[in-house]
Design a protein around this ligand. Sequence first.
Ligand SMILES: Nc1ncnc2c1ncn2[C@@H]1O[C@H](COP(=O)(O)OP(=O)(O)OP(=O)(O)O)[C@@H](O)[C@H]1O
Length: 275
Amino acid sequence: MRGLAIRTRGLVHIYHVKEHDVAALSGVDLDVAGGEMIGLLGPSGSGKSTLMSLLSGVLRPSAGKVFVGDTEVSAAPPRDLDRLRATEIGLMLQGAGRNLLPNTTPADNVRFAQHPARRAGRQLTDPGELLAEVGLAEHADRPLSELTPGGLQLAAIAVAISSRPGLLLCDEPTSQLDHEARDQVLAALAKVNRVYGTTVVLVTHDPHVAKVLPRTVTIRDGRIGGEGRSGEEYAVVTADGFLPLPGHARDRLPPGTLVRLHEVDDHFELRVEEP
Ligand SMILES: Nc1ncnc2c1ncn2[C@@H]1O[C@H](COP(=O)(O)OP(=O)(O)OP(=O)(O)O)[C@@H](O)[C@H]1O
């Protein structure tokens, strides 16, 4: 039962588009302990999917480093990345269908997904057992077309964990599901995390999902804009000493506002200098 830790330092990613460059991430320092389950939150376009692609080695950062366990993903040669994704990093793309082969069954999908891990010499769990773990025992050999949207998402989870990876990355696993299906998907992910110690990182826009996660990290404008721990919101000091303001404070403290940081007994106070 080993979950892989994540460490990113000074992570920058720039997309080069024809006429201009887009800075999707502008210096992300993120630490996730092995065996944690965290949510990545943030407005559309803030850089969450880019961060997931960098963690899985699908993209290489423009600058900075990504470590997953002992592997420096940001510097690993393609062959090592292929092996890592076949065995140690499970990736669930947004939309169940993108993770599944159509016109087949959940069991066929898991079996197919296990090929690369089998070639890498990994000991593998029986597809039926994996599907039972996520709650799909009765649907293992049914055509995918008979599954509900929630069932398809559970099948996608089984595919993503088919090699028993140490890290599971899920992009919006509960989007477009009704409440019951959302809770089943969340329960399946929590089980993978709890029973196998797999580190789980999931992107979500759903406040309900964010609320039930022990830790959330909010990405804003390509940086870590804050963290939530058991429902409490925190700002996070960056490696170079910056402190991003939480969204609600930003509205009241426009750029250029002068503030003073006072140390008072055992805490700090932020005082706004009146113009
Ligand atoms: N392939 C690409 N080429 C150019 N720009 C891109 C590309 N992918 C993302 N971007 C830009 O990078 C920034 C971050 O995008 P990203 O998809 O990582 O954000 P996101 O937080 O995942 O958004 P969403 O919640 O809408 O999925 C955005 O400005 C986006 O337009």
